[in-house]
Design a protein around this ligand. Structure first.
Ligand SMILES: O=C(O)c1cc(=O)[nH]c(=O)n1[C@@H]1O[C@H](COP(=O)(O)O)[C@@H](O)[C@H]1O
Length: 272
């Protein structure tokens, strides 16, 4: 089954929330597991216990694992494998992008079903041109995986590039969104190629109806609220996957408390 359909099913079963798995040093310290590889291992075990088969998606951020070197990457691999076939989809947040031949190697590393670090979807950056992402889309197609392309990011520096004129009457973000919509055109009810749009962008005149999922970080710790989500994404609500990392992980190391925190946010999102 395609990633778009699997995402739609997971969203319906568990709610729209994606839990960001970001082992910041401050989170590891607050959890009392220590900012070390051993602490990272314990953190990962708790996250699997708390969220596998309990939320629709999780989004591990690679940098927080990579900072421990190969042993940290091994923990990330373990975590991704543990979530497989639990009903919870994984979005590996690595924001990759490179010339085509290298992009193909990145795509194989994260989206080939047999790769040690295989995830259900990956985040990519379109800075080398939207066309340079083609190997990611092709690999995703071969493996029923998904790709999320940065479009309107949650950080304040984003508009400098993303609002710039792309030369065809559209902004850079608008061009990314339009090209995603074209890729998803024959994939009803939901395509597998999504956009990243921050909850903190304030307002936008861009067309967010890309027939694919919208991954929405900036919700929670960065200030984005449920009201912001409804205002920005009301028309495309069924495609929205709000993502919160610290906002959920701040519940601490008790798996039941973490799960309850995610369920509470899901309930707010569904009833809003
Ligand atoms: O692609 C992302 O996930 C992402 C895009 C974006 O525009 N803004 C953004 O914050 N993120 C990621 O989303 C997470 C946000 O974490 P919290 O602010 O703790 O919820 C981090 O892993 C960021 O790297």
């Amino acid at each position: 089954m395609t990633f778009g359909r699997r995402l739609q099913a997971a969203r319906q079963a568990y709610g729209p929330l994606c839990v960001g798995i970001d082992p910041h040093s401050s989170v590891l310290e607050e959890w009392g597991v220590g900012d070390s590889v051993e602490g990272l291992e314990r953190f990962a075990e708790v996250c699997v216990e708390a969220f596998a088969g309990q939320v629709g998606l999780v989004k591990p951020q690679s940098a927080f694992f990579e900072r421990f070197g190969s042993r940290g990457v091994a923990v990330l691999e373990w975590l991704l494998q543990e979530f497989r076939h639990t009903g919870t989809l994984t979005v590996l947040d690595v924001k990759r992008g490179d010339i085509g031949s290298t992009a193909a190697a990145y795509a194989a590393a994260y989206l080939d079903d047999d790769a040690p670090m295989a995830a259900d979807a990956v985040t990519v950056s379109p800075f080398l041109g939207f066309g340079s992402l083609e190997p990611f889309f092709a690999e995703a197609d071969r493996n029923d995986a998904g790709v999320f392309v940065l479009a309107l990011t949650s950080n304040p520096e984003g508009p400098e590039f993303q609002h710039a004129n792309a030369g065809d009457g559209r902004t850079v973000a608008g061009s990314v969104l339009a090209q995603l919509a074209a890729l998803n055109a024959s994939s009803a009810p939901l395509g597998s190629f999504g956009a990243v749009v921050g909850a903190t962008i304030g307002e936008t005149s861009e067309d967010l109806a890309i027939d694919g999922p919208l991954l929405v970080p900036g919700f929670g710790a960065q200030g984005g609220t449920v009201d912001d989500l409804r205002r920005l994404f009301g028309a495309v609500w069924e495609q929205v996957v709000p993502s919160s990392s610290r906002g959920i992980l701040n519940a601490g190391r008790d798996p039941a408390a973490l799960r309850a925190s995610a369920q509470q946010v899901n309930a707010q999102l569904v009833s809003s």
